[in-house]
Design a binder for this molecule. Structure first.
Ligand SMILES: [Zn+2]
Length: 171
């Protein structure tokens, strides 16, 4: 078929020209799963999983990627892999992750001693930590595929270390 080699050539050309990588090229080159993500130029996050904006049945989830995911092809690939984990986790776990993150931010804003919060708050924060840890670990397991830079790798390890720190504060 030659699709992969065409994709690589096209991608090499794009890199030379300094243009942002595109989904189809990167999806083919890294053999990434599922449908192409949707680009949102206004997204602050590098990536997020959203529900379908039009279909009335709130079941369809899709990946949306923002400008910071497009710094390099490698960054795009690793962000795509991270968000694919969230996509597979599904709506109920995604909601728990969002709720746990919001609760944590609220406690941080209130300068709460995390060891004193309720068990249910701790459980909720752990839903966030566990859900995100799986996604970050998938990125680490894909290093040989994505070849992300040492600074991008350091960001992942820093995030995982922060999760460990939060757990230590709570328990
Ligand atoms: Zn995530």
């Amino acid at each position: 078929m030659g699709n992969d080699s065409n994709a690589m050539e096209a991608s090499g050309l794009r890199s030379e020209l300094g243009a942002a990588p595109d989904f189809i090229v990167v999806g083919a080159k890294y053999n990434l799963p599922g449908d192409s993500p949707v680009y949102d130029s206004t997204l602050n996050d590098s990536g997020i999983v959203r529900t379908h904006p039009i279909l009335p049945v709130p079941l369809l989830l899709f990946i949306q990627l923002g400008p910071s995911a497009f710094e390099t092809e490698n960054k795009l690939a690793t962000t795509w892999i991270h968000e694919t984990i969230h996509l597979q986790q599904g709506r109920s776990i995604i909601r728990k992750i969002v709720a746990g993150n919001a609760l944590y931010e609220q406690h941080v804003a209130n300068v709460t001693d995390l060891s004193t919060i309720s068990e249910s708050d701790k459980d909720s924060i752990m839903d966030w930590i566990n859900g995100e840890t799986i996604a970050y670990k998938a990125e680490l397991e894909s290093l040989s595929l994505t070849c992300i830079s040492s600074s991008e790798l350091a960001e992942i390890n820093q995030q995982l270390a922060e999760f460990t720190g939060i757990q230590n504060e709570m328990y």
